[in-house]
Design a protein around this ligand. Structure first.
Ligand code: ZN
Length: 76
């Protein structure tokens, strides 16, 4: 099973400029009011702009949590 992900970042003005990084979000199975990035940051409606490709700074915490297609060698 491959998790579908999309990229989005907070809209200008919703957070400080230094926190406007590209987060990775799992595509929700159903309509949901709040979206939770892989790193755990939560966003409500109207707080995000979806991106077609990475732009600006990526969220390092999200990148480190991207699900792998293959099990990691030596993983639990
Ligand atoms: Zn993130």
């Amino acid at each position: 099973m491959t998790a579908r992900l999309f990229l989005a970042r907070p809209l200008r003005g919703t957070v400080g400029e230094t926190r406007r990084v590209c987060h990775l979000f799992p595509v929700p199975d159903e309509e949901t009011a709040r979206l939770v990035a892989l790193c755990g940051d939560e966003f409500g409606p109207g707080q995000l702009e979806q991106l077609d490709r990475p732009a600006g700074m990526p969220c390092e915490s999200c990148l480190g949590r991207v699900p792998r297609d293959r099990p990691e060698v030596g993983g639990a």
